[in-house]
Design a protein around this ligand. Structure first.
Ligand SMILES: *Cc1c(COP(=O)(O)O)cnc(C)c1O
Length: 220
């Protein structure tokens, strides 16, 4: 399938229930332009430098999502334009995003990344830590961020029941936290699902899927 056929195929499956974020990491500009021409407006990158290099080369209405672990000293490079930082995994990072967004006179939307996988290598908060953060008085000082939901990455396994279990747990946490009322918290997005598991994620209540290889082919 071509890029545009793959996007049309996935969009038909999503049927308006979830937003497609095309994961464009490692992919060259012409492929991003092809995805844009096919209607994609949400692009996900995991490396700050790569995103900052690509951003000026694509139309201004592209919504750039930071989906990989973000080091505090790199926030400044994407603060002028990033639409959504999906990989917030510490209060310290949130404070730096706030500081850089303030300099840009922006409010940057963020998702808390929740650790749901049975793997040691994935970043993120535990559910308890996320609950604590959303209750923390320290949040009040952050007027240039808005926490709009949660993101999670399931275990990389063929065990569909395991993946479903992890997504369903994240959905339960999302539903529990959605009523939180604070000036800079307004849940509306649950980002879960990648190329291999986005249909399961959709069934479990995802509002945003992050799909790379199923659109652009495998990465080297
Ligand atoms: C690379 C990546 C994806 C996309 O992975 P595919 O399997 O290519 O769809 C999604 N989410 C995150 C956080 C990633 O790093």
């Amino acid at each position: 399938m071509s890029i545009s056929e793959s996007i049309a195929h996935i969009e038909a499956q999503l049927a308006g229930r979830a937003t497609l974020t095309a994961v464009t990491k490692t992919k060259p500009i012409p492929l991003l332009q092809e995805a844009y021409a096919a209607g994609c407006r949400h692009f996900g990158e995991n490396r700050v430098q790569e995103m900052a290099e690509k951003q000026p080369l694509l139309p201004a209405d592209v919504q750039w999502h930071q989906i990989g672990h973000l080091q505090t000293n790199k926030v400044k490079y994407i603060a002028p334009f990033v639409a959504l930082i999906e990989s917030v995994d510490s209060l310290k990072l949130l404070e730096e995003i706030d500081k850089q967004a303030r300099k840009q006179a922006r409010v940057i939307e963020c998702l808390l990344q929740i650790f749901i996988a049975q793997e040691e290598t994935k970043f993120g908060f535990s559910p308890e830590e996320a609950i604590d953060l959303l209750q923390s008085p320290a949040l009040d000082a952050l007027q240039h961020i808005r926490i709009v939901g949660l993101m999670g990455i399931a275990t990389n396994t063929d065990d569909q029941a395991q993946i479903r279990y992890e997504f369903s747990g994240l959905k339960q946490l999302y539903d529990a936290l959605k009523p939180v009322q604070r000036p800079n918290v307004a849940f509306r997005e649950l980002s879960m699902g990648m190329s291999s598991d986005y249909l399961i994620a959709l069934e479990e209540g995802s509002t945003m899927v992050r799909v790379g290889s199923a659109i652009f082919g495998s990465r080297n």
